[in-house]
Design a protein around this ligand. Sequence first.
Ligand SMILES: [Zn+2]
Length: 179
Amino acid sequence: MFRRARRFLRGDPPVSPMLQRAHQMMQAGDFANATLAFHDLAKKAEEAAPERAPILYAEAGRACILSGQNKKAIAHFRSTLTLLGTQGRFQRMERMGGRIIQELREHGLTAEADEVATVLKHNRPQSDGDEIEKALKKRPLLPTHCPSCGAALRPDEAEWLDEATAECDYCGSPVRAEA
Ligand SMILES: [Zn+2]
């Protein structure tokens, strides 16, 4: 709250329009600019809203892959997984790590996928059996996009506030599951 107020007083633009623009760049296929925008948002989030930073780095990484910047992508994915591990959010780490590895393989980037798998492994807690099992539990359907910021939502990865409400990773808005 305090940080938010201070940011406002400093006169910086609020995060939400920037985030919406970044999502729009992704959807428009402007991946080179999208990666810069998401990276910028991720760096800002590390200070102002650390829980948002991992997915913003992941999206920066995706945009890198889609614009052929594989090395930079791995650096962003490393930030995603290391931050989640440091924050003790191991279920998210497993889900996001799993998706990143899958996407890299789909793009034929096997070496990069292996590198991310190693990062994931190093960030795992010692006894992770329960966490992985919980991480793979099925969840209800969500709308495809966040009504507030326009992010594409992934039910398997969302942070659930209760049985029927998830939180948008990008902007923190609650999103109701579809009946
Ligand atoms: Zn959102």
